[in-house]
Design a binder for this molecule. Structure first.
Ligand code: PLP
Length: 478
């Protein structure tokens, strides 16, 4: 590759866009500047490689390709077949899965594909066999209504939201909570850890069709072997949503009992978080569910996004290189250094630390809500997000937690020494922020008081910390 290839590619792209709508070109340039200048600790974000980004900006975006490789409902999909097959092959090899479906447009979509595949396999197919027909439109009215009742009567057991579970694991604001009768397992109130005996007890009482493991805000490993045993003991299908930690599985940080792929019947993921690919989703499974999973489009998905599948192929190829394993282990080393730095300075952490890519600070220890802490940190150039902690008294909007993660800063090259410096900046801001009051003098859960001079100082220090680790160093937009 020529030394200026990346700069030339992005500069030329912006020049072409600018000729049509300069404000879009300006916004794209401004986004790069903002990302370069902010200390990004959002646990679900990362920085995709230039090759991954560039694979998305081309004429694959023009294609309709409903169906699967070699079996499309549209003519002229031979090149889409090439990239979809490549992405699936890289995914299978990377994760050791027998089947990979790379069409889901996002993590939510991947979960919907998986839920439907399980329902179709466990409920619809047996109903069709009973009625001795091959398709639902051949069912009598009575059999169809019976099937709909049966489908609507299914149960899911997943991790509770305040313990770190995700909305798509059967919660009411999401379609999954309308498809399934849901019950949650939480974490032990003293240790903050999953109590597998309690999960087994809940499974015995509730008899779910699906047991879901996976999280957005649980800072520890999950033992998938034990979870599979629990699922088997009640005849449930075991599904793992590894959206957050797929990069740690890919990089062989999570192996044995902590690698979901050999233990789960079906695994879903996003491709853009710790896996560092384009925004999108993916489903991995064994041969039993493969046919149902491949019906994702048009069952629950719109036409596949071939340009994103091309980018998935590129990012998954990158994740198969030896340096990705090094990246994944540095993500965890950095999260642990950040946690240690915070603990040493007196912060309260959910579970007392981390063994993955994220840390959950209980900011009630600083007398703040998550909302106040999130804004005070943002004023100081540190981007995080507020998050509920287990049994959170402030609910899901104000919260009592701040979730921070290391995949993005690790991509930039920051290491454990910089994590200690980051812990110092976070602690300085949170310990110097005080809760504000409403106009009537009552305590506010949103307002806060932070000396702007201190916020500016921390912002400058964050900038100095980042200066040694330029983002997209080979991209110069001029
Ligand atoms: N599953 C988990 C565990 C997640 O954390 C998320 C996103 O935050 C999703 C699914 C949904 O992913 P997406 O935003 O791509 O739909």
């Amino acid at each position: 590759m020529s030394p200026n290839a990346e700069s030339t590619a992005f500069r030329s792209a912006l020049e072409v866009i600018r000729a049509v709508e300069p404000r879009v070109a300006d916004a794209i340039g401004a986004e790069l500047t903002d990302q370069r200048e902010s200390l990004k600790l959002i646990a679900s974000e990362n920085y995709a490689s230039p090759a991954t980004l560039l694979a998305m900006g081309n004429w694959f975006s023009d294609k309709y390709a409903e169906g699967t490789v070699g079996r499309r409902f549209y003519a002229g999909c031979q090149n889409v077949d090439t990239v979809e097959a490549l992405a699936a092959e890289h995914a299978r090899e990377l994760f050791g899965a027998s089947h990979a479906y790379v069409q889901p447009h996002s993590g939510i979509d991947a979960n919907l594909v998986a839920f439907w595949a399980i329902l179709a396999d466990r409920v619809e197919s047996p109903a069709l066999r009973r009625a001795q027909v091959r398709q639902v439109n051949e069912l009598t009215e009575a059999d169809w209504f019976a099937l709909r009742r049966e489908l609507g009567d299914q149960r899911m057991l997943g991790m509770s939201l305040d313990a770190g579970g995700h909305l798509t694991h059967g919660f009411r604001p999401n379609i999954s909570g309308k498809m399934f009768d849901q019950r949650s397992y939480g974490t032990d109130p003293t240790t903050g850890l999953i109590d597998y005996d309690r999960v087994a007890e809940a499974a015995r009482e509730f008899r779910p069709l699906i047991l879901v493991a996976g999280y957005s805000a649980y800072p520890r490993k999950v033992n998938f072997r034990i979870m599979r045993e629990i699922a088997d003991s009640v005849g449930a299908t075991f599904m793992v949503d590894m959206a957050h930690f797929a990069g740690l599985v890919a990089g062989k940080v999570f192996t044995g009992d902590f690698d979901p792929v050999p233990h789960a019947h079906i695994v879903t993921t996003t491709t853009h978080k710790s896996l560092r690919g384009p925004r999108g989703g993916m489903v991995l499974c064994g041969p039993e569910l493969a046919d149902q999973v491949d019906r994702g489009c048009p069952m629950v998905l719109g036409g596949p996004l071939p340009h994103v599948m091309a980018a998935k192929a590129v990012a998954l190829a990158e994740a198969r290189r030896p340096d990705f394993a090094d990246y994944a282990s540095r993500i965890v080393a950095n999260a642990q250094a950040l946690a240690d730095g915070l603990l040493r300075r007196g912060a309260k952490l959910v579970t007392g630390g981390t063994d993955n890519h994220l840390v959950l600070i209980d900011v009630s220890g600083y007398g703040l809500t998550g909302r106040q802490a999130e804004q005070a940190l943002l004023d100081s150039g540190i981007v995080t997000n507020r998050n509920a902690v287990p049994q959170d008294p402030n609910g899901a909007w104000y919260t009592s937690g701040i979730r921070i993660g290391t995949p993005a800063l690790t991509t930039r090259g920051l290491g454990t020494a910089e994590m200690d410096a980051t812990a110092e900046l976070i602690h300085t801001v949170l310990s110097q922020t005080t809760p504000g009051a409403n106009a009537d003098g009552s305590a506010s859960k949103a307002k806060y008081v932070l000396d702007p001079a201190l916020a500016d100082k921390v912002s400058r220090q964050a900038g100095e910390l980042l200066a040694g680790f330029p983002l997209y160093p080979a991209v110069d937009l001029g």
